[in-house]
Design a protein around this ligand. Structure first.
Ligand SMILES: Cc1cc2nc3c(=O)[nH]c(=O)nc-3n(C[C@H](O)[C@H](O)[C@H](O)COP(=O)(O)O)c2cc1C
Length: 299
């Protein structure tokens, strides 16, 4: 195996951080790796056929892959009859509920029709960029876990080891119903507002929007188009917390996490939220990491 491509969409950087870990392990093992950052403009997408190993990476939105990943899958070339290409999926989400396992169903079915077959998928829990803010202490714990786990799992991917996550009852139906989120977010995105008193005029949001959905008129007023994929990049990275994200404003999370936090224990008002699921996630990860370390398996 000589080269790999990972098509990555990452609203606020969490999924990209996981991909960086995979890239580092792939390259340590002699596989030149391209991380292709997916944007709304899909011109010039590298063809998967040019790579020995192909991956897709995304944050989970409403228990689904974001719409932009589905558009990417639709834009990829159909393989010639009789040809097949295998691929893997990486996903990040804020909580470890098993329902997140259904998130690649639609992506999988689009790619299947084009001759691509999924052989593995891995899910990493990273801090929420929507709903509520995790503590930096908890974010650092998630990141420490991902840093130890991803190199092990990247090596499984290099060995093309099958690793499919178990679905949940009525998974296809649940995913289908929840995809209502995608058109709803396009409507919601048109209703974003920026507080002119708070805005410092840096235009970071305009430049960063992966859909080119935010523009400013000569009068400095913001205009929001109908292409929002609700990745939260604009509101999350706003240096003055000037965004109002319409119907989801109560769930807005602003500002980067300190993934290297090593200070005192922080009070966590969400400590009971999905407690069992987080405990199971960390326990399973620790078991896998310890097992790999015992076998001296990590390169
Ligand atoms: C619109 C939206 C919907 C989300 N839905 C879910 C979800 O269904 N389950 C979940 O665990 N996290 C959900 N999240 C949280 C993100 O998946 C999580 O924070 C992820 O790590 C962000 O990755 P990124 O920085 O690469 O965008 C959602 C975030 C957004 C913005």
């Amino acid at each position: 195996m000589k080269n790999a491509v990972i098509y990555v969409f990452s609203g606020t950087g969490n999924t990209k951080k996981i991909c960086d870990l995979y890239k580092a392990t792939f390259e340590l093992n002699g596989v030149a790796t391209t991380l292709y950052e997916v944007r709304g403009d899909l011109d010039g997408i590298p063809s998967p056929q040019a790579y020995d190993l192909v991956g897709f990476a995304y944050p989970i939105h409403g228990f689904n892959a974001p719409h932009i990943m589905l558009s990417l899958a639709k834009a990829l070339p159909k393989l010639p009859k009789g040809e097949h290409k295998q691929y893997f999926v990486l996903k990040s989400s804020g909580e470890p509920l098993k329902t997140n396992n259904i998130s690649s169903y639609k992506l999988r079915s689009i790619l299947k029709r084009k001759g691509y077959a999924q052989f593995a998928e891995y899910h990493y829990v990273m801090p929420y960029n929507m709903i509520f803010r995790h503590t930096d202490e908890f974010a650092a714990k998630m990141w420490d876990t991902a840093k130890a786990l991803a190199p092990i799992e990247a090596r499984e991917v290099l060995a093309m080891t099958p690793h499919m996550l178990k679905g949940v009852p009525f998974g296809h139906f649940i995913a289908w119903v929840l995809r209502i989120e995608q058109p709803a977010m396009r409507v919601n995105g048109r209703m974003f507002k920026v507080n002119a008193k708070k805005c410092v005029g840096c235009n970071r949001c305009v430049k960063a929007c992966p859909m080119g959905n935010i523009t400013r008129g000569k009068d400095g007023k913001f205009h929001f188009g109908g292409d929002c994929v609700m990745c939260a990049r604009c509101s999350f990275n706003c240096p003055s917390d000037a965004f109002n994200i319409a119907m989801l404003n109560g769930w807005r999370v602003n500002g980067k996490y300190d993934f290297e936090y090593s200070g005192e224990n922080q009070p966590n008002k969400h400590s009971r939220y999905c407690k069992k699921a987080y405990e199971r996630y960390f326990a399973e990860a620790t078991q896998k990491i310890n097992c790999a370390n015992q076998n001296n398996d990590v390169k």
